[in-house]
Ligand binder design. Structure first.
Ligand code: EAX
Length: 322
């Protein structure tokens, strides 16, 4: 039997739509598209599509439009959202083992943090998500966190006493900042700009890429480069959605996340390199020579508490990682 041209065209259309059956998944961040996190998920989306021949399409959502980080992680755990990219802020509420990463002054610099996350310690932590309904695809980066506020220049830890600051919903952060004498107000990120603008809180702390992309310079006068906490990010996927993928597609998602991390870290480096000049030009006063040793010393009692909670040997394993 011979097909006429129209029937043949219909048949090939039907075949091609089978061949290109497309599954759409969602991924979200709480920061803007033009940010280190936006670069992470945009790269991930592009790489997944490329590596699966377009069979998987990743829809990207920015600015907490699907909810804050805790809500998006909950959605991934429930499976109402397949993917999320988040800082580790709310993550310990789901996987307590990750709490150790947010201990203040744990990492010397970004190279140290990246080596730990990409090495056996970080890779072992990724496996802890499996039992909680997640597949953790890769670590990425938010950056070293710095303090901003609307009241005064913070040069030493004594200047933090009595400042009302928004913190992440993270028990390690809250304990540490209380140790500085800060009045802590845990709050989801999408609410922070308005809280700063209305004076509900005096300040907040975040890496330069977040301060810049969230335009906190519009509502904060003083920035101190305290670098008190290294803040990782993570690519999370619903475990059942990941398990449904073929072996080759699983690898494609893992590799896409790695590419996302590469682009994300490069953007953090770029923002860190030009961020201070940029924020000064926008009117912020930047204290770039804080006496770190005094900030570390002020946290001695809290650190003793952390050593008890996490084990000094575990903390040293991270501190001494080469
Ligand atoms: O992930 O909540 C926070 O301060 C985070 O650092 C921010 O949402 C970027």
């Amino acid at each position: 039997m011979k097909f006429g041209p129209i029937a043949a065209a219909c048949l090939s259309l039907a075949l091609s739509s089978v061949a290109f059956a497309q599954t759409t998944m969602k991924i979200s961040i709480s920061t803007a598209q033009n940010s280190h996190q936006g670069v992470a998920i945009d790269t991930f989306a592009k790489e997944v599509e490329k590596r699966t021949g377009g069979r998987y399409k990743i829809q990207t959502f920015y600015n907490g439009s699907l909810g804050g980080e805790r809500e998006s992680i909950e959605a991934v755990q429930l499976g109402t959202q397949e993917l999320a990219f988040s800082s580790t802020g709310p993550v310990p509420n789901f996987v307590p083992e990750t709490k150790i990463l947010d201990v203040p002054f744990l990492f010397r610099d970004k190279a140290h943090a990246r080596a730990v996350l990409d090495g056996p310690i970080g890779q072992d932590l990724l496996t802890k998500f499996d039992a909680k309904g997640f597949k953790a695809l890769a670590w990425a980066e938010n950056g070293f966190r710095h303090m901003t506020n609307s009241k005064r220049d913070v040069k030493g830890p004594e200047d933090l006493k009595g400042l009302k600051m928004r913190t992440m919903e993270n028990p390690v952060h809250i304990a540490a900042y209380k140790g500085f004498g800060i009045i802590t107000t845990p709050m989801a990120f999408p609410e922070v700009f308005t809280a700063l603008q209305q004076g509900t809180v005096d300040g907040q702390e975040n890496p330069l890429p977040v301060i810049i992309s969230a335009k906190f310079d519009q509502v904060q006068k003083h920035l101190s480069l305290t670098g008190h906490v290294y803040s990782p990010c993570i690519f999370l996927m619903n475990k059942a959605s990941f398990d449904k993928l073929s072996a080759a597609d699983k690898q494609a998602f893992l590799d896409a996340a790695k590419e996302g991390t590469k682009a994300n870290r490069a953007r953090v480096d770029e923002d860190d390199a030009k961020g201070v000049a940029d924020l000064r030009a926008k009117g912020m006063t930047v204290i770039d020579n804080v006496d770190k040793a005094r900030f570390v010393a002020a946290l001695a009692p809290v650190n003793a508490q952390f050593e008890k909670e996490f084990g000094k040997a575990n903390l040293d394993k991270i501190r001494d990682y080469k």
